[in-house]
Design a protein around this ligand. Structure first.
Ligand code: PMP
Length: 284
């Protein structure tokens, strides 16, 4: 039997997990999601992910389907039922199933809530040790990237463009400056300064970003939150990305140009170490 999956209040075998063809997540990408990493069977940065979920739902006018303690209990139950030691919990909430209409269904329409686990190493990953080779591509997404919606076709196309030319990922560029990676926040290091784009509707407000910036400040590292150009990135001493599933992962090549020595740099390596240590300590 496969994994236990959470669907609208029940834990069911994955083979039996179903949602309606009328679900607005399916028809309109009318839904939001979160990905929480799991280390040693515990949830990393959980309150941050729940705060962002609440915000994403609020921005779309979707009533929260449950309270945070229920979400926590459900996540823990899913981790326990699947004996998950290291990996991810994916959670998706949509506006629910209704006749296809651009107009929202009544607010009392039950939201669809689905969650499942994906097991796999997060700390001991080749990309964490060796770094990523990326390309830059135009950012073709919509204007509300701060809402974590399930409309992921644009970043999926961008990542496929990278895969087609034998690279690992893409950074998206708008008006000459980097917005973010296809599924991560983007950083460069110039001299002793870490530079990452400031928060706005143009990027997702990464939960890992918030933790890494806090830890960098605590370690007295110099930070600048501002947009940076592709030219700055190519001339940088280091580059890296952050996300719940990749923690801090070095970038060693951009558009065929080596960054620094073309190997993971000391700042990214140190931040990865600090972040993983903090995540292990604070996971719940
Ligand atoms: N930006 C984008 C576009 C993403 O998809 C993600 C990961 N979902 C992130 C940034 C990183 O966010 P987090 O650290 O919360 O995983």
């Amino acid at each position: 039997m496969g994994r236990a999956v959470f669907v609208n209040g029940d834990f069911v075998p994955e083979e039996e997990a179903r949602v309606s063809v009328f679900d607005r997540g399916f028809l309109f990408a009318d839904g939001v999601y979160e990905v929480v990493s799991v280390l040693e069977g515990r949830l990393v940065d959980f309150p941050g992910h729940m705060a962002r979920l609440r915000r994403s739902l609020g921005e779309l006018g979707i009533a929260p389907p449950m309270e945070e303690p229920e979400f926590l209990a459900m996540h823990r139950e899913l981790v326990a039922r699947n004996a998950l030691e290291e990996g991810l919990v994916y959670l998706q909430v949509t506006r629910g199933a209704a006749d296809r209409d651009f107009i929202f269904p009544p607010a009392e329409t039950p939201r669809t809530v689905v969650a499942f686990t994906q097991a796999g190493p997060l700390v001991d990953k080749p990309a964490g040790r060796e770094g990523l080779r990326i390309i830059t591509v135009p950012d073709i997404r919509w204007g509300r990237r701060d809402i974590k919606t399930v409309q992921l076709l644009a970043p999926s196309l961008c990542k496929m463009a990278a895969k087609r030319v034998g690279k690992d990922d893409a950074w998206m560029v708008e008006d000459g400056v980097v917005t973010e990676g296809t599924s991560n926040n983007a950083y460069i290091v110039a001299g002793d300064t870490i530079i990452t784009r400031d928060l706005s509707n143009s990027i997702l407000h990464g939960i890992t970003r918030a933790a890494v910036l806090r830890l960098a400040r605590e370690a007295q590292m110099r930070l600048e939150e501002r947009p940076f150009t592709v030219e700055e990135a190519k001339a940088a001493d280091e580059a890296f990305v952050t996300s719940a599933s990749s923690f801090v992962t070095p970038v060693v090549e951009i558009d065929g140009l080596l960054i620094g020595e073309g190997v993971p740099g000391p700042v990214a390596a140190r931040l990865r170490e600090i972040y993983v240590a903090d995540a292990r300590k604070s996971a719940i």
